[in-house]
Design a protein around this ligand. Structure first.
Ligand code: NAD
Ligand code: IPM
Ligand code: MN
Length: 344
């Protein structure tokens, strides 16, 4: 049956990498007989320019009715000190769709290992499960002239469902280890987080389980990254730790993600942003977007063959030494995309 994919290209390098992702999808779909239609919608800065708000009603409606959503990136410097910002649209979309579970895998490509600023990256393979619709992102924000406040809220149920999600992910992985990351030596939300984590861990006797404070976790990600299998953490910590993890891979440009709700709808996006510093130059690394397409094929549509086809083509492209600027190479976005398509 025809699948409806809503695409949100957004701002900065967004349209450049979305085009790359869709080119790859066209070729793979042909090979695996995957039938789909694309509905492109305005989102982020482009939507602010047209309609005065980053998440127009029409974009939200289409997203709700989609079989899957592909998002490239939003955000641009001209909105930095404005009342209405592209980022508000992203948070509103995640909240409105209930996309509470954000999956951010890290894989080290052997061909890229020598390009990583971190020497010790052999055999690193973990996934960050980031809670995406709670925490300080969605608490009350107050900004006065001489003081400001951001409230960090978590309910037991919000913690329970992301924990269960993480343990289910761990069951699909060979090492079966969950590391729950918090700041329970200081934060009340983290004390609750740890209690619920322990309760859920007891439901999964087949999965190894440990706690790690977020500050030392940040350190171990660099010094002993092999330690980790499934990291589960709150919204803000997950944002920061997953960008940190990208430095092991050598660039943000190879980091895809999926975000799931409780009803089987998911959104796929790179973990990086709109990269305003390189936007419009045709040099962005499209791999994070292309791998997000692979995650979509696997997780929303059960198209394992198509997903693996893309992932193998990316690996082969790196092995053949074809690299974009962020990895020290000179391939353009188009050249990189073409090289991946040739290797499908
Ligand atoms: P960023 O992720 O956009 O860029 C950080 C650095 O990584 C830059 O030097 C950039 O050139 C590089 N980079 C990122 N993606 C790359 C790619 N595919 N290929 C090559 N290089 C790449 O983070 P930032 O500069 O802190 O934020 C820029 C804007 O993006 C902000 O407005 C921010 O709010 C927004 N943002 C949006 C998303 C999203 O849409 N999901 C995510 C993160 C940040
Ligand atoms: C991400 C981004 C967003 C976040 C911003 C743009 C709101 O950094 O998807 O990681 O902090 O969640
Ligand atoms: Mn981020």
């Amino acid at each position: 049956m025809m699948k409806k994919i809503v695409t949100l290209s957004g701002d900065g390098i967004g349209p450049e990498i979305m085009k790359a992702g869709l080119r790859v999808l066209t070729h793979v779909a042909d090979k695996i007989n995957f039938d789909y239609e694309i509905e492109e919608k305005d989102f982020g800065g482009v939507a602010i320019d047209k309609y005065g708000l980053p998440l127009p009603e029409d974009t939200l409606e289409a997203s709700k009715n989609a079989d899957a959503i592909l998002l490239a990136a939003i955000g641009a410097p001209q909105y930095n000190n404005k009342e209405i910002r592209p980022e508000q649209g992203l948070l509103a979309l995640r909240k409105a769709l209930g996309l509470y579970a954000n999956v951010r895998p890290l894989k080290i490509y052997p061909a890229l290992a020598k390009l990583s600023p971190i020497r010790n990256v052999k055999d690193v393979d973990f996934v960050v499960i980031r809670e995406l619709t709670g925490g300080v992102y969605f608490g009350e924000h107050t900004l006065e002239m001489e003081w400001a406040r951001d409230i960090n809220n978590y309910t037991a149920e919000e913690i329970r469902r992301i924990m269960r999600f993480a343990f289910e992910v761990a069951r699909t992985r060979p090492r079966k280890l969950v590391t729950s990351v918090d700041k329970q030596n200081v934060l009340a939300t983290s004390k609750l987080w740890r209690r619920i984590a322990n309760e859920v861990a007891a439901e999964y006797p087949d999965i190894a389980f440990e706690h790690q404070l977020v500050d030392s976790c940040a350190m171990f990600l660099i010094t002993q990254p092999q330690k980790f299998d499934v990291i589960v953490t709150e919204n803000l910590f997950g944002d920061i730790l997953s960008d940190e993890a990208s430095s092991l891979a050598g660039t943000l440009g190879v980091m895809p993600s999926s975000s799931h709700n409780a009803c089987g709808l998911a959104l796929y996006e790179p973990i990086h942003g709109s990269a305003p510093d390189i936007a419009g130059q045709g040099i962005a690394n499209p791999v994070s977007m292309i791998l997000s397409v692979a995650m979509m094929l696997r997780e929303s549509f059960g198209e394992e063959v198509g997903a693996a086809m893309i992932e193998n083509a990316v690996t082969q492209t790196f092995t053949d030494g074809i690299l974009t600027n962020d990895l020290g190479g000179s391939a353009t976005t188009d050249e990189m995309t073409k090289a991946i398509i040739e290797r499908l």
